[in-house]
Design a protein around this ligand. Structure first.
Ligand code: CUA
Length: 336
């Protein structure tokens, strides 16, 4: 492995390593705010010092002259700070959107927080605790939740941080740019061993990552575990794939819109599938009103729910829905 200099093992470092595609934009924002702060701190202190000398009281009986305002001055000191504040907002928002909008086709990894550890599952079947192995130069999307309290997944070298929330999936993505080992922290106080809820992110060359994936730690794939539970929990007795069962078929459902009894439509994403397993009555599929699917709350762990979702995903042919604007172009190409 081409091990490079990383933050691991260093006593003190003001700025963490830059090891993801976000690092540059986030740091640029940070330095920009720093520069503005330093500029105005020096400017204001200097002005206070200068004016306090220049306009000091020179005689005991001296009286100040009243000033009756200046429109130009007031406009200037309102407009300039407004432009500066808006520039911080625009640059910050641009960086925020790029960090919270995962590209389609990113590699999927699943994270479950727990007092006090990070449990990671790779779709290929590898599971790890407090360690995350990823390939360099490839977008990775994390789908995260927690089985107890709020935690926060934080990798300073990637400049990413996001809360993991009970009962909810949050997502985060990154593309590592440098091989090495980086700190993984929990950044939300979560109990008396919060400070020990730390780990390592191992960024590896693609070939090394493949070798690691097919290593001895590999178990059954998430999809296979999901299918096993699907049968064990009896889901397969109602959700028949030919749509003749008591529940709707789950074939080609994931990522597609689902018509509900309430007249609304939802997209069958991770959150919807999770809710349908744990609170089946929350969103009832159209024409399935009379079926009372039992809840699986308490019978399946968060890891298990993610495996079931992985299985449901595998029942859909297209891995990711095609973006709307691309569809007409593809149709035109097909006609030629
Ligand atoms: Cu988990 Cu702090």
């Amino acid at each position: 492995m081409g091990a490079e200099r990383t933050t691991m093992g260093k006593a003190f470092q003001l700025i963490p390593d830059s090891a993801s595609t976000f690092a540059q934009a986030i740091d640029a924002n940070y330095y920009y705010i720093w520069a503005i702060t330093i500029f105005f701190t020096i400017g204001i202190v200097a002005a206070v010092a200068y004016f306090s000398v220049k306009y000091r009281r020179k005689h005991k009986d001296e009286v100040g002259h009243p000033i009756h305002g200046s429109l130009m001055l007031e406009i200037t000191w309102s407009v300039i700070p407004l432009l500066i504040a808006m520039s911080v907002f625009v640059f910050g928002t641009a960086a925020f959107f790029s960090a919270y909008d995962p590209p389609t086709g990113a590699m999927e990894i699943y994270v479950v927080g727990k007092q006090w550890m990070w449990k990671i599952q790779h779709p290929e079947g590898n599971r790890e605790i407090n360690e995350l192995h990823v390939p360099v130069g490839q977008p990775v999307r994390l789908t995260m939740t927690t089985e107890d309290v709020l935690h926060s997944f934080f990798v300073p070298a990637f400049r990413i941080k996001k809360d993991v929330v009970p009962g909810l999936y949050t997502t985060l993505w990154f593309q590592a740019t440098k091989v090495g080992d980086y700190h993984l922290f929990c950044a939300e106080y979560c109990g008396n061993q919060h400070s020990g809820m730390i780990g390592k992110v191992h960024v590896m060359e693609a070939a090394d990552y493949e070798a690691w994936l097919s290593g001895t730690t590999r178990g059954e794939t998430m999809e296979a575990s999901g299918q096993r539970q699907f049968e064990k929990l009896g889901c397969s007795t109602c959700h028949l794939q030919d749509n003749t069962g008591r529940g709707p078929s789950l074939k080609n459902v994931f990522g597609k819109p689902v018509q509900l009894q309430s007249g609304t439509t939802v997209t069958a994403d991770e959150a919807y599938v999770r809710e349908s397993i744990l609170q089946p009555q929350a969103k009832i599929v159209k024409t399935y009103t009379n079926v009372q699917m039992p809840t699986f709350q308490g019978q399946v762990s968060e890891d298990g729910v993610l495996q079931l979702i992985s299985y449901v995903k595998s029942l859909s042919e297209a891995p990711a829905p095609v973006a709307a604007p691309a569809a007409p172009a593809a149709a035109k190409g097909g006609k030629k």
